[in-house]
Design a protein around this ligand. Structure first.
Ligand code: NDP
Ligand code: OXD
Length: 309
C-alpha cells in the first residue's frame, strides 16, 4: 500500500520532515518519484497536474492538501468514481480568522490612509467609528466564514453571512439566494469573500456586485482569484465605489511582477498565505481520516464533486 504525496516545492520543505512518521503501514512516495502506479491507493495532493490521478489505476481516495478542491476538480481526466476528501484543520481555521480580523480592522480603522499620511508626514485625524457601528458581510458562510464571523462579533462588529443553502447560525443574520446576496451587500461596509471556487462563484466579485455595496466599502478576498474581475475592481477603486481591497488570492499565482495590483495605493496584496497548511496538525487529521476510510467508518469533509466544493 502506498501514498502518493504531491505539493509545491516551497510547501514540500514544510511537509517533508513530518511525512514518514505520519503514515505507519504505508509507503510514502514523493512526486515525481511515484514508482509503480499500481501500488498507489491514496493520493495527497495540491495542484496535481491533469491526468496524474487518472494514471493511478488502484486509487481509492484523493486527499486535498487544502480546504479548497478546485485545484483537483479542474482536471478534465479526474477519475469520477474516486472520492475526494478536503483538509479541514482547526489550526488553519484559526489562521484564516486571524487574517480576516487583521484586514477587517485594517479597513475599519483606515490603516491604508494612515500609512499614506505617514509617508507624506501628514498629521490629520479622520472620522472614526466603533466596530459596533460597522457591518461586515461574509460571502461563504461555511467553516471558515462562520469562525471568522464569531471572532469579528466578539470585537463588536455586526456580521452577516451568505451561503448557497439556507443556514440558521444563532447570533447572525444569514442570507441565501440572489435576493439575499443583494440584501447582504446593501448593508456591508466591509465585504469578506470566503467562497469556494465553483462555476457559480467564478467572476462573482464584479462591477454589478460592487455597485450594490455602500459607497466607499472595503473588500477582503481570501477565497479564490478567479472569483474577482480584476478590471472591475480597479474601476471601482478609481471611482471611489470601493475605498480599498485586501487580496490574498489571484487569477495568476504567483502574481506577475508587472501586475497593477502590486503598486496600487488602495490594494494590499498577500501571497496566498491567509491560512497556510500546517503539517504537524494536518497530518494526524489526514492519517485518522485514512484509518476511518480503510475501516469503513464514516469520514467527515468528503467533497461533493457535483456541487463543486
Ligand atoms: P465550506 O465548504 O465550509 O464553506 C463554503 C461556503 O460557501 C458555504 O457556506 C457554502 O454554502 C458557500 N457557497 C458555496 N457556493 C456558493 C454559492 N454559489 N452561493 C452562495 N454561497 C455559496 O468551505 P471553507 O469555509 O472551508 O473554505 C472556503 C474557501 O476558502 C475554500 O474553498 C478556499 O477556496 C478558500 N481558502 C483559502 C485559503 C487561503 O489561504 N487564502 C485557505 C483555505 C481556504 P452552503 O453552506 O450552503 O454549503
Ligand atoms: C486552501 C488554500 O484551499 O490554502 O486550503 O487556499
Amino acid at each position: 500500500m502506498a501514498i502518493l504525496f504531491k505539493t509545491t516545492p516551497a510547501a514540500m520543505t514544510r511537509w517533508r520532515p513530518h511525512l514518514t512518521a505520519a503514515f505507519s503501514g504505508h509507503e510514502v512516495r514523493l512526486w515525481p518519484d511515484i514508482g509503480d502506479p499500481v501500488a498507489i491507493d491514496y493520493a495527497l495532493v495540491w495542484h496535481p497536474e491533469p491526468g496524474l490521478l487518472a494514471s493511478l489505476p488502484n486509487l481509492r481516495l484523493i486527499v486535498s492538501l487544502g480546504a479548497g478542491v478546485d485545484h483537483i476538480l479542474r482536471d478534465p481526466l479526474l477519475p469520477p468514481s474516486v472520492p475526494i476528501l478536503r483538509l479541514l484543520d482547526p489550526y488553519m481555521t484559526d489562521a484564516m480568522s486571524e487574517y480576516v480580523i487583521l484586514n477587517v480592522l485594517r479597513l475599519h480603522r483606515q490603516d491604508i490612509d494612515y500609512r499614506a499620511q505617514q509617508a507624506a508626514a501628514e498629521w490629520r485625524e479622520r472620522d472614526q467609528k466603533n466596530a459596533a457601528e460597522r457591518t461586515v458581510g461574509i460571502l461563504g458562510f461555511g467553516t471558515l466564514g462562520r469562525d471568522a464571523a464569531r471572532k469579528l462579533k466578539m470585537i463588536g462588529f455586526e456580521v452577516a453571512g451568505w451561503s448557497r443553502t439556507a443556514r440558521d447560525v444563532p447570533g447572525f443574520r444569514t442570507y441565501v439566494g440572489d435576493a439575499g446576496r443583494d440584501a447582504l451587500l446593501a448593508r456591508s461596509e466591509i465585504l469578506v469573500s470566503l467562497l469556494p471556487m465553483t462555476a457559480a462563484t467564478e467572476n462573482i466579485l464584479d462591477a454589478a456586485l460592487f455597485a450594490r455595496l455602500p459607497r466607499g466599502a472595503g473588500l477582503v478576498n481570501a477565497g479564490r482569484g478567479r472569483q474577482l474581475v480584476e478590471a472591475d475592481l480597479l474601476a471601482a477603486l478609481d471611482s471611489g465605489q470601493l475605498s480599498a481591497a485586501v487580496l490574498d488570492v489571484f487569477r495568476d499565482e504567483p502574481l506577475p511582477p508587472e501586475h497593477p495590483f502590486w503598486c496600487h495605493p488602495r490594494i494590499v496584496v498577500t501571497p496566498h498565505v491567509a491560512a497556510e497548511t500546517h503539517p504537524p496538525t494536518a497530518l494526524p487529521i489526514i492519517a485518522a481520516a485514512i484509518r476511518d476510510f480503510e475501516a469503513g467508518r464514516p469520514v467527515a469533509n468528503m467533497v461533493d464533486a457535483k456541487r463543486g466544493y
